[in-house]
Design a protein around this ligand. Sequence first.
Ligand code: SF4
Length: 447
Amino acid sequence: MFLHRHATAALPRYTSYPPANRFEDGAGGALYPWWLEQLTSSEPLSLYLHVPFCAQLCWYCGCHTSVANDSSRVDRFVGRLIQEILHVSSRISDPGEVCSIHFGGGTPTMMSPEAMGRVMAALRAAFPVRPDAEIAVEIDPRTLDDAHVEAMAAAGVTRASLGVQDVDPEVQCAINRIQPTELLADRIGALRAAGIRSINADLMYGLPGQTVAHVRRSSDTVTALGVDRVAVFGYAHVPWFKKNQGAIDAAQLPGAEERFEQAEAAEAQLVADGYTAIGIDHFARPQDSLAMAAAEGRLRRNFQGYTDDPAQTLIGFGPSSISALPGGYAQNAPHLKQWSEAVEAGKLSAQRGLGVTAEDKLRRSVIERVLCDGRVDLGPVAARHGRDPADLIDAFERLVPLVQDGLATVDGWQVAATMAGRRYWRSIAACFDPELAPSAGRHSVAV
Ligand code: SF4
């Protein structure tokens, strides 16, 4: 059900709580070394590596990245990335096992095949990586050659995540990302032939010139390609923040109601094609581990979106990457130059961050359950934190408009989205965020 006032509200995506735009200078950065030193082997780890280069810029992109121009720049970056891995790991005397490694960016395959192998070897030497760890790489199919595929397979990569967005040539032209479907099919075939069998595809709605028909066709295409998971993200147009988005003709962007219909169409198509809807924007084959985690209440939310990774502690490498530790969040310097200078000086580059309080941890758990399950029983969640659900009573006043509009129900301490509220899980989650109002304008719209 499209309701303008809720669908167009600016809300965090809550891949962390508190959200990253509330991190403070100094705070988490200063504490990061101590937080690392406090880690013990009882704490399983996830690792994230941010590669801040692309072959060319897509106009919709909101990531920390730049055009590499020459390969020596990427090679210098790889040297520093390995230096950072060694430095961070040296601060953890008794590291836990690594359950998951995620290469994101940017375009990780801007690293040469040989460099990817060196980074993986450095990670395996520095951390105890479990034999069954998930190793995922975000891929731009346009720059994925056979040598990369072989190097990824040799490095033990288990999952490839391909940016698709929309398969229509005109939409692709409007976002500066020309990518024929034949190329996609060919690269997926090469990955699978090399033994990398788990394939994700990212789609988008709300792009310039995009219609419901485009979204349906793109959903059908990735289904026909046999991908295991699909993520469907709404385009957030913030050209004042991301200069490359200034190349997009705002007059071509679909309106709020059309965006809503596109999100609905993608979900309807993917569900009809046999995928299970997961959280607010993911879909997976029923036998996929993410779908099973969702069915068993084990789904979690982190900076990569939804995950079945059990590790609560995430260590980030590379510029702009965020680490989530039991004590709080720490974000590396966002710019390559600052990050490089810190790494070369033998320092941690984290400057911003936030210590998390017991109150933050309670609200983070509640928000995570809403965004993973579309419902939350505040009693057991509060009990796990040694708290009383009445400590969250402030949220109930904020829930009133959603209940009045038929998007949510409240029954005792149980809060749930209705069928009509399927697209408003972020709105329900936001009711548990008492700090939202002052920074609301700095987030993407709810749908
Ligand atoms: S969308 Fe991906 S490939 Fe395109 S510029 Fe952004 S990070 Fe690079």
